[in-house]
Design a protein around this ligand. Structure first.
Ligand code: SF4
Ligand code: SF4
Length: 367
């Protein structure tokens, strides 16, 4: 079988370079166009004839690895084109995050040794919190174990420094993909797409076949939404507690019918369930359609996020028990690890995906 078009690259010349290989496969898709309605990637491909490295980066970050295009494709192995677009884009995507990460090199280490690194950091940070907790506390509730000043001194830089690293990475992404001035309309379109996870609906609303070829379902979309909304609610819970503390001079602990708890408890439950769902689905899916060399980092990220949520819920359920001290140390250790690894773990994908959706909104408006 052959494609009746002129391609820039040899369609049968498989490359070991992730960007070159993604370019080869994207050019074949641009000639074929069978998957046009599957997701935002294909309409974006058809808007162009030539694909720069920045275009490949943008397309790779627009892909949600739903795998629908692989199972629909007539050019997968044993065809000589050996198409595997989800894997090609996943490799180019991971390569882009590692290249944009600042300081360089750390993302590569996490992606390849993520599980061991995250586990070691959680244990190390938890031991540090146990040691700090041995010092006199400054209040009631959890502050009796770890004073508010110590918390701020540890967590403020651990939050701001990774945030600065993410900003550096996003600026690099924007420059490479040719992004222009962001408008409210761009942000609105991107936020709408992110909130509904439109790209995971399979194109016709039937859901994706991430785990099994013949089974379309919305489970991955729902698990992702649980993680996203759960995370945002937990973040809002922490932000509201900070406002209560500093603006209204109302320090923790807070009762169940307070804003921090009404956001934090359901948020933690959603986050735990979402991470569990993603782990189950990931366990069923074919690793050859993802990024096998980065599997450790991908698993570690979901485990870590789920552990942060679960340990937070346990801490709340078992407060004022003999387990409070060790659970607090473990929970804070996992939160600190999560913050420190954010620019280098798959957590970065949330930022780059959103940037890709904003960039896509700009491209659609310009075309
Ligand atoms: S994934 Fe396969 S079927 Fe789909 S557009 Fe590309 S070449 Fe065509
Ligand atoms: S894996 Fe899914 S999201 Fe990615 S290009 Fe294929 S159909 Fe689109």
């Amino acid at each position: 079988m052959s494609l009746d078009v002129t391609l820039q690259t040899d369609p049968g010349a498989i490359s070991s370079d992730p960007v070159e290989e993604a370019r080869r496969q994207i050019e074949i898709c641009n000639a074929c166009r069978y998957c046009e309605g599957f997701c935002s990637v294909f309409p974006a491909i058809t808007r162009q004839k030539v694909f720069t490295d920045g275009d490949i980066t943008q397309l790779a970050n627009l892909c949600h690895n739903c795998r629908g295009c692989y199972y629909a494709c007539q050019y997968t192995a044993p065809h000589e084109f050996d198409l595997n677009l989800p894997a090609a884009l996943a490799s180019a995507r991971a390569e882009s995050w590692e290249r944009f990460a600042w300081p360089g090199g750390l993302a590569d280490v996490f992606q390849r040794k993520g599980t061991a690194l995250a586990a070691a950091l959680v244990v190390g940070c938890a031991m540090m919190f146990m040691a700090v907790a041995a010092l006199p506390g400054e209040g009631e509730g959890f502050y009796a174990y770890l004073g508010h000043t110590a918390m701020v001194l540890i967590f403020l830089p651990a939050f701001l420094l990774p945030l600065a690293a993410i900003v550096v990475g996003l600026r690099r992404y924007w420059a490479e993909t040719g992004g222009t001035t962001v408008t409210m309309a761009d942000l609105h379109d991107a936020a709408k797409s992110a909130a509904t996870l439109k790209n995971l609906d399979g194109g016709q609303g039937q859901g994706c076949n991430f785990e099994v070829e013949e089974r379309f379902s919305d489970e991955r979309r729902m698990a992702h939404q649980a993680v996203m909304w759960g995370f945002l609610m937990c973040f809002a819970s922490t932000a509201s507690a900070t406002i209560l503390h500093y603006v209204f001079a109302t320090p923790a602990p807070y009762g169940f019918f307070s804003v921090p708890k009404l956001l934090g408890v359901p948020g933690g439950i959603l986050l735990t369930l979402g991470c569990a769902g993603l782990l189950v689905l990931k366990g069923k899916a074919d690793p050859a359609l993802g990024t096998p060399k980065r599997a450790s980092g991908e698993w570690a990220f979901v485990w870590l996020l789920g552990f942060v949520a679960l340990s937070g819920l346990l801490l709340y359920a078992l407060r004022e028990s003999v387990l409070t001290g060790p659970l607090l140390a473990l929970h804070l250790g996992s939160v600190l690890t999560f913050f420190l690894l954010t620019p280098y773990s798959k957590m970065a994908h949330g930022f780059y995906r959103f940037a890709a959706l904003v960039r896509e909104a700009q491209d659609r408006r310009a075309s």
